[in-house]
Design a protein around this ligand. Sequence first.
Ligand code: GLN
Length: 195
Amino acid sequence: MTRIGVLALQGDVREHLETLQAVGADAIPVRTKGELASVDGLVIPGGESTVISKLAKTFEIFDAVANRIAAGMPTFGTCAGLIMLAKDILDSASGQASFGGLDVSVRRNAFGHQVDSFETDLAFAGVDGLVHAAFIRAPIVERIGEGVEVLASLPNGRVVGVRQGNVVGISFHPEITGEKRIHEYFLGIVESSVG
Ligand code: GLN
């Protein structure tokens, strides 16, 4: 069974673990370097990127995660997780750092305040039919580097899903709406990376 970790410092960890289990992965929470070393892929959940960034340093796992991503570990970030994977963060908090992995610039809280959260259905490259997407104080991808593929956009053209190599980042939360097909898509990436 393919083992996928969920970075379990803050955010909607349980929802990701449940969705990964539902699509057939062996899903475990990751808080230590030892746990990180045992997984074939990693999910970085939604939550608050400033807190995830700080706690990753406090738990002394920040560099280990960044190094594994740089070495090609399949990684999937939702919302705050997308921010943690972006090379450049616009409107970042002071001292906020990202793991990298996606050569994109991401703007935090790009839709305004919590009340501006919304749900919609979107086309998603690699998934048949429309996916149900919940946006909660969501980031937007404002710059796309070379080698970055757009997986999903809003009707106004704003980019909300990207992939570069084995790294996938999306602005929304499939894990809280029962949408399982993007986790299935990510499991496919992890399975082909382990051969
Ligand atoms: N606004 C949050 C941040 O900057 C992300 C929100 C979310 O993950 N739902 O990290």
